[in-house]
Design a protein around this ligand. Structure first.
Ligand code: ATP
Length: 291
């Protein structure tokens, strides 16, 4: 039973093609037999991972960034095969969550010597997300980044550029949020983040206490801040200290329903999943991974 590598050569600003030759060299050096599929278009990885059982593979490894991880996870969820990742993308937050190194040699070694564990997954309106979901200001930033060439040109720094652009035009919204049995109505809301992992946007700790195997989702709400206030608070998201800010609410639960007035964008691990409303549920121990 050979592992199947699903490679997105376009991930990491197109550098994955070069990185894959390195990875292949390391696999051959360690005498690891494998099968490989190169994606030819967006979302193809979902279909390939769905057919993993036909390939008779014990492991399915995504070679790419968080978008590729998301597609493979959505195809693989509910199957026996174990999921792994070799990070070659721009943000690589999933690999960061599992402590998988960027260096291809050490990432391959980790795949070979790593142990298996089960991790939780978020489900948003029927789709699975391994890392974190952003609603509102952050969804608008992700939408802008995916449309512009900034991510390709500037990598993770493209997030900051899109943030500065969206900050000028974004208007806070009214949030109606149900978390398990509790209901909240929050005016002048900027964003809601729901995290399975603490990392997102290339290393930002938006939900700093989120753990990917505790059966809980973490919710972070930013509200009632001026544009200058957002700018001042932004750097603290890299350390996770933003949760101490008086205009940040931080909670934990199992199921979140979000409605907003007006509708705002939702992203999951950087990919746009439409607009609000959104229903988010945590699925404890839903995916077998090597870490
Ligand atoms: N052959 C292809 N041609 C064009 N796009 C593709 C192809 N295969 C996959 N994709 C798309 O490439 C997009 C970007 O891939 P991915 O997210 O893995 O890399 P990244 O954006 O560099 O990394 P990260 O998400 O970690 O910042 C995904 O949304 C995926 O659907």
């Amino acid at each position: 039973m050979k592992p199947l590598f699903i490679v997105n050569e376009y991930a990491g600003k197109g550098k994955t093609k070069q990185r894959w030759s390195n990875i292949q060299r390391h696999l051959d050096m360690l005498a690891i037999p494998y099968q490989v599929h190169f994606t030819t278009r967006p979302r193809e990885a979902v279909e390939v991972a769905k057919r993993a059982a036909l390939y008779e593979c014990s492991h399915v490894i995504a070679v790419g960034g968080d978008g590729t991880v998301n597609e493979v996870v959505n195809g693989l969820c509910g199957q026996q095969a174990v999921f792994g990742v070799i990070p070659t993308g721009t943000g690589n937050d999933f690999a960061r969550m599992l402590d998988i190194p960027d260096d291809p040699f050490f990432a391959v070694k980790k795949l070979v010597n790593g142990s298996e564990k089960k991790i939780d997954l978020l489900e948003l309106n029927g789709k699975f997300i391994a890392g974190a979901i952003g609603i509102g200001f952050d969804g608008a930033i992700a939408e802008d980044m995916n449309r512009s060439s900034w991510k390709k040109r500037f990598g993770a720094f493209g997030y900051v550029l899109s943030m500065l652009k969206i900050l000028r035009t974004f208007y806070p919204f009214t949030l109606y949020l149900d978390l398990d049995e509790k209901s909240f109505m929050i005016d002048k809301c900027w964003m809601v983040a729901v995290g399975n992992s603490c990392f997102y946007g290339g290393g930002m700790k938006i939900c700093p206490d989120a753990k990917h195997d505790d059966g809980l989702l973490d919710v972070c709400i930013v509200h009632d801040l001026s544009r200058t206030g957002i700018l001042k608070a932004f750097p603290s998201v890299f350390s996770g200290r933003h949760v101490q800010h008086p205009n940040v609410i931080y909670m934990r639960g199992q199921e979140v329903h979000v409605r907003t007035e007006p509708s705002v964008y939702i992203h999951g691990d950087g990919e746009i999943f439409g607009q609000t409303p959104g229903e988010i549920v945590i699925h404890p121990h839903a995916l077998n991974v090597i870490c």
